[in-house]
Design a protein around this ligand. Sequence first.
Ligand code: DC
Length: 234
Amino acid sequence: MPTVIAIDGPAGSGKSTLAKALAHKLGYIYLDTGAMYRALTYLALQDKLDLADEKALSKLAQANPVRFKARGRELEVYIGNKEVTKEIRLPEVDKNVSEVSAHPRVREIMVAQQKAIGAEHDLVAEGRDMGTVVFPVATLKVFLSADAKTRAHRRYLQNKERAQVAGSSPSQSEEEIYQAIIARDAYDSQRESSPLKPAEDAVLLDSSHKSEDEVLNYLLKLLEIHEAGGINGR
Ligand code: DC
C-alpha cells in the first residue's frame, strides 16, 4: 500500500512549503488539495455560476477533474488542457473558495479523486481534511498552525515575490490579507462538512516561531522514529 503523509492546517500556516520540501526529500508526489477547490472556484467564477448552487458546482467538478504536472518542486495546475496555476491564486478566488468547498457533494467528488491518487502513489498530501477524512490511515498526520498575524505576513511576502516575478505589485495589503485569512479560517472551521480540525492522532505543530528548516527537520526525525516502529505502531 502506498505511503501517505497528511498535512493539514489553516491558510498560511506553512503547509505548502513543508509539504513540497518533504515530498522532494522523500521522493513522493506532492498533492495540493486546496488547488483543486481553487480551480473549481475559478472555473465557477468564469462561468458566472451561483456559488450557492451545490448541484451546478458538483456537475462542474465532475466534468472538469483538475490535473497536476510537476515542475521541479512546484505544481502546474490544469483544467483540461488549460493551465490555471496563476489564476487560482487571485484574490477573487481566495474570497470565494471557502463557500465552494463547503458543499458536501463537491467535497465527495474531490475526496474520491484524492483517494484515487493516494491509492496509486506515495504522497505528501496537504489540505484541511487529509488526516480526518481523506487518508484516515495515513502513516503520519501533521496539523500545522501559526498565529494569524504571522500567517498574513508570510502570505504577503509570498504575494510580493510572485508579483515581482510577474513585474507587477501585490494587489493586497498585509492588513487586507490578515482580514481575509481570519474570515476564511472562521468559515473553514465552522462549516458542517469536514470542518478544519486536527485528527485525533495528528502531531500538532505551531510554526509561528520556527523556521521552515526547523519544521522540516522535526518531521524527518518523526518519520525516522515511525520507521523504527515508534509512532502509534502504524
Ligand atoms: O490550502 P488553500 O488555502 O489553497 O485552500 C483553499 C481553500 O480550499 C481553503 O479555504 C479551504 C478549502 N480546502 C478544503 O476545504 N479542503 C481541503 N482539503 C483543501 C482546501
